[in-house]
Design a protein around this ligand. Sequence first.
Ligand code: FAD
Length: 330
Amino acid sequence: MQLPRFDFLQPRSLQEACSILREGNGKVSVLAGGTAFMVALRSRLHTPSAVISTKALSELSYIREASDGGLVIGAMTTLEALENSPLVANGYAVLGQAARFVGVPPIRHVATVGGNLCLDTRCIFYNQSEFWRKARPDCFKLGGDVCHAIDKGRRCLAVYQGDLAPALVALGARVRIVGVSGEKVIPLTQFYTGNGEKPNVLEPGDILAEVQIPPSSGNTWGGYEKLRVREGMDFPLAGVAVSIKTNANGAIDQARLVLGAVAPSPLEVPEATELLVGQKLTDSLLESVAQKAYDRARPVANLAVDASYRRKMVRVLVKRAIGRAVSGNG
Ligand SMILES: Cc1cc2nc3c(=O)[nH]c(=O)nc-3n(C[C@H](O)[C@H](O)[C@H](O)COP(=O)(O)OP(=O)(O)OC[C@H]3O[C@@H](n4cnc5c(N)ncnc54)[C@H](O)[C@@H]3O)c2cc1C
């Protein structure tokens, strides 16, 4: 599990980083906090000719109020900064909760927002050592034409297991992508492809630079819950993020419910929004919303825990997340 050989580059500006990536045409990779990428390198899941560290790009490390009253977060902001930020706690609590659920404090100390959103998809047949993987033919994600998780599977359903993205989708976030020929801002929902082989839309030369969250008005509550093998530290096996805005009468004005770790990208449940808006929360409404989320989640047998158990737990996590949100603990 030694590191492969590669050139290590430290660009001093975002534009320089983009140029190097573009020239590398897929053979140069970004290293942010390195908490996920170093493991992937050691497992030879990636064998880039060069790696660029974005650590020196301090201009990408900030959490600020935007001119429209929303929040902007630089890609190099650490998860530790996120979980301790009063700006995040005040109106975007679901994001702070999700950050707190990532790994353990030493990981959050260096892990970045950009790295979390650009996390590669994972599968129990893929995230293994090179030696282990060699016992089987290459799967779709390794450039082959077979899926080991699903018998006769025709595409890669490796799972996006980042905790932040469901919370950010629930908050209606957008991302700013910078490339050699300019920049663009797209909704985070459009950042993910739904394809396990290539989970996001970044092309060689692109760097995710910033997350932009719309303003949060008063009475907005959030909740994030996840299932994991080790409560102390683990990737989500299923996750639920919810953002709810109530009016003066206690009825729900806006609601967004998003599932994580059950598909190659975060999965929004619009049926939950339809059920919740205009209503006051009751046990039977909560039950119906949880059922809609269960119906939408279709995890397959590609993580360490049984897929049907993960699916059943979606129902439980929805109730917990909404309960957390409306209790004000969000
Ligand atoms: C033991 C352990 C437990 C973990 N638990 C969790 C968990 O519970 N939840 C969770 O979500 N994650 C977990 N992780 C994964 C990881 O620590 C986090 O997702 C972290 O936020 C990744 O950020 P990073 O800065 O370290 O990214 P890196 O490892 O540096 O990069 C991750 C990927 O993103 C790309 N990348 C990074 N920044 C950018 C950018 N700005 N633009 C374009 N591409 C970029 C890299 O090229 C790489 O492919 C865990 C990891 C470990 C080792």
